[in-house]
Design a binder for this molecule. Sequence first.
Ligand code: ADP
Length: 482
Amino acid sequence: PLDELIDPTLLKTDGLVGGKWVKGKTRFDVIDPATGRKLADVADLGQRETKAAIDAANAAWPAWRALTAKQRHGLMMAWYKLMMEAQDDLARLMTAEQGKPLAEAKGEVAYGASFIEWFAEEAKRANGETLPTFDNNKRILVTRQPIGVCAAITPWNFPLAMITRKVAPALAAGCTVVIKPAELTPLTALAAAELAVRAGIPAGVINVITGTDAPAIGKVLCDSDVVRHLSFTGSTEVGRILMAQCAPTIKKLALELGGNAPFLVFDDADLDSAVEGAVASKYRNAGQTCVCTNRFYVQDKVYDAFVKKFAAKVKTLKVGNGFEPGVVQGPLIEPSAVTKVEKHVKDAVKKGGKVITGGKKLKGQFYEPTVIAGAQADMLVAREETFGPLAPVFRFKTEQEGIDAANATEFGLASYFYSRDVGRIFRVSEGLEYGMVGINAGIISTEHVPFGGVKQSGLGREGSSHGMDEYLEIKYLCLGDI
Ligand code: ADP
């Protein structure tokens, strides 16, 4: 699929350190999850190159922060424009290495690029404050300064957007970065870095360490006292490791971790709209996003009607290679991802769940979009994120029972509910222990909203004006002898 790139020079396979492409001693294969075929081999970098990247980012920092906000804005807008011009090629790279359908990949390129545009604009608004004084001989100023060298460790499910969501606010604030993209999807990341180089973003401002030994690379990033901020998107398990590893250097942390999102349908909901939202929130990226619904809770009175309509819609979803027209669900990322879905389905069926549609593995790494009715709280799907195309539907009676069931997890990222009752809309949104609530909406992500979780889903917010705060330190100036 990569033979058809409009600009073949966007296929980069080496890491980027201090403006130089670095080959490394060994290489690793990048595989197309739809076919199992090798797409490219990429530099397998390690601790030595990671240290060099931190040094390069540190060396580039003074000049980058010294640019005016408007100058940084200009360079970032050039990067944004190049990214949108290369939308088709970036989408091809993404579908090839990640599997999501081409139309969805194009959407991610636009979404990913939008963070660069948004934060380029925000760069000009990193305002300070003047406060009332406590002494007529003194004046009080508050400024905001870039925190320093930042590290970004990103997952494979959004190979571009999870990078730009971290890198764009860092750059806008005047910070430099070292990125460690997921080893399964380095090609999109490297193409984005190449576009940054072409946009004129100076050497060392963006560095990319590709490699398979994530723990070793992560250790160097965490241990470094030059790196002042670590932003990670990935599993809660790895988030815990990174948080512990950042304790000795008291690093500022932003963590976007696991989800286990609930989706409640109340008996006053518009069922057709709920079904549409349910399909969008569940099967996007084959269920492999941290905001994908993991558990559906439907109120007693509308349970049967919802399951019927939902399953009918799910049956129509076309599964296949993301490059095929009309496909809305691609392969899962790895064989182990398929095994996890199989395990959850088997466990649910054993505990009394009824497969309404799907329920089977297809060839390769494909799995049928699946709906299981009669889901119970003791099933694995109730506790663990499936990260695949499985929708278990639980039944609840009262509003409070629904809220309690939705909150019965250590996670708190996205949640969704459908209701037309204005009082209920307030009660339920206030009752849900989640960082994000979609009300009569199954898709909620965009660049200018604060994305993030509570409880063990993470720390901090990405996107929106709040997304810049992570990368700026507040400094209080007390000026005396006036
Ligand atoms: P996922 O379930 O999305 O694969 P992971 O948390 O395993 O989530 O991976 C997300 C990112 O974290 C990837 O870039 C991966 O290489 C990296 N990673 C995994 N383990 C570690 C680790 N111990 N230290 C640093 N990075 C890690």
